[in-house]
Design a protein around this ligand. Sequence first.
Ligand code: ADP
Length: 494
Amino acid sequence: MKERYILALDQGTTSSRAILFNKSGVIIGLKQIPFTQIFPKPGWVEHDPEEIWSTQLAAARGAIEAAQVEADQIEAIGITNQRETAVVWEKATGKPVYNAIVWQCRRSAEICTELRALGLSDMVREKTGLVLDPYFSGTKLMWLFNEVPGLRSRAERGELLFGTVDSWLIYKLTGRHLTDPTNASRTLLFNIKEGRWDEDLLKVLKIPAPILPKVAPSSGEFGLSSKEIFGTEIPVTGCAGDQQAALFGHACFEPGAAKNTYGTGCFTLVNTGSEPVASKHNLLTTVAWDLGKGYTYALEGSVFIAGAVIQWLRDQMGLLADSAESERLARSVEDAGEVFLVPAFVGMGAPYWDSEVRGTAVGITRGTTRAHFVRAALESIAYQSRDLLDAMEKDFGSRIPYIKADGGASANSFLMQFQADVLDRDVILPEVGEITALGAAYLAGLATGYWASQAEVEQNWRRKRQFAPEMADEKRDRLLASWAKAVETARTYK
Ligand code: ADP
């Protein structure tokens, strides 16, 4: 019998990717296709939903071709996606009525201010685990209904469908209108405790209920892809937002298991088990996954500027020829020479949530070199992640024993070692780089029995490298105290 594979569709913010995995979780074929970023006004970001679909489809076909397999060897499809991005399309034609409003888009900032002024923040946090911020889909949808003539009445008549990108792809693949709880939990409309769209929230945000997708388990049946797409029907059986998929891909199945993705920013998630944990430290409470046996929850926090500080040093400051040079330079000096860089270029995320603070460097002397500065930039990624983890532990109530790492900047071994040192716990890198796509594949393959159990998936998890803390406590304490002072300095200067 021919070998069978799982196809993961990883629909990201700047590119659509598709990856075929085999049973050992090894990549058999991969294709990545970038697509257009639309910036109609400062602070606004859109994507063309048709382009999202066409690039995703081309990536899927490309991955199958690269792997040199037949479509009928694909057991199932798992979807993972950029989260919170909102798409509205016509039920009758499947045509989008507006561009996708991307998670980064700030156009609903005013709406959020108004909702906060109405005193709705506590109710929103209580029901959704989120904060009233334009980041989430709900106020993007509200903006569309307020600004596009006729849209609300069409939605009320049941002529329109709304979805995050997962729903859009499922609809294009299968014709069904579905989402999963990880994506629903990022809309501001979903009650994460009761597992349903929340009538009070729909009323407050004036969202007509007929527009919403049905919420199905993250691992389960989403329908069959129609025959003309791949030449054969393939079941879609996995779906999760990108950060939750990464948590799953890392096999963070037990409460306290945590991952940090080091990309443009950092996204840290910790599995909190079957109970949602309310945050007292500005973290988000979110659904980690639903395997059809009740929800698993997570606490989530993000650092806005992580790998982006290295991009900035390279592209704006001209201090680096390429990202990898940052590691060589950091290693060329013994320490950062007492320099601390707080890269608060767009304010600071959890636990600070300070949108006014800006980038600050302290401790510069006549002896400071490019190497010191670059090292301070890398170290700032680790310090910010440490602050996040401290907040998480306080909310979670017990020690988070280790961190599993992925993302572009996790390729930097200096950073990973320094992270282990300042966290005072192990940082573990997986063998498979594409952990987000792997998570979606696992969700899909568990639903069909391709993988028998989570235990089997866990055995698949192979470490590439483990960084153990080597720094003396006294030194760590001293560095963390200086970092705290640097952050304080940045926040006082406004
Ligand atoms: P995203 O998915 O957010 O676009 P990636 O996971 O592709 O990000 O990671 C890209 C980021 O990682 C960039 O910001 C880049 O500066 C950073 N990066 C890549 N390689 C390195 C490296 N060797 N050292 C430090 N940062 C790096």
